[in-house]
Design a binder for this molecule. Sequence first.
Ligand SMILES: Cc1cc2nc3c(=O)[nH]c(=O)nc-3n(C[C@H](O)[C@H](O)[C@H](O)COP(=O)(O)O)c2cc1C
Length: 199
Amino acid sequence: MEFSKIIHTRYSCRNFKDSMLKEQDLEFILEAGRLAPSSLGLEPWIFYVVQDSKKKQEIANIANHQSHVEHCGAIIIIVSRLDFGEYFESKLRERNLKEEELQKRLKLYKPFIDGMHEERKLSYAREQAHLALMNMANAATSCNLASCIVGGFDNRALDKYLGLSSKEKSAVMLVVGESKDSTIPEKIRNSKTEVIRFQ
Ligand SMILES: Cc1cc2nc3c(=O)[nH]c(=O)nc-3n(C[C@H](O)[C@H](O)[C@H](O)COP(=O)(O)O)c2cc1C
């Protein structure tokens, strides 16, 4: 599917069939998330995939009883990792940089990472989560699937439900499935003159 069509036809669907996603579609969507860019290449995320009906219902309860969270093909929960300070160096070493370049980057970025307090770490990791999120939403559209980004949920309750460690926090969800809608709602957006300023 052309990218122009993807951005014009992606919309937040709230009316899904319960049918499961095809395995290759789910794989493609997750791969789009995995390949998303991230600051310093930290990839501070884990994608939890939920397809079981009972679990979808339980998660919908945590998400303010939003019925499209219960009735969809799959829920993909992006969990933010806060332990990136611990793996930054080893991840950097995977790039096979010259030792001198590696040391330069460590010197430059390690203090930035180590200087973050827990709240800043979370907001930094959550920013990255939204890049993976959008890649996945567009990937779903390209597979002719509908999706809805869901941020309206009780984070603490979801973290507990997933059994996350203190270094992992749920950031946002993407619910995906086949749409029951016969038409796509018109896009309501601010005008170009409101949102774009050429300087
Ligand atoms: C961070 C974020 C959180 C959102 N949370 C919810 C949500 O909890 N439930 C929901 O139905 N839609 C949610 N949405 C969808 C927005 O309402 C929707 O993207 C917006 O109204 C624009 O409509 P469109 O996606 O159809 O173009 C969320 C979107 C974003 C980006």
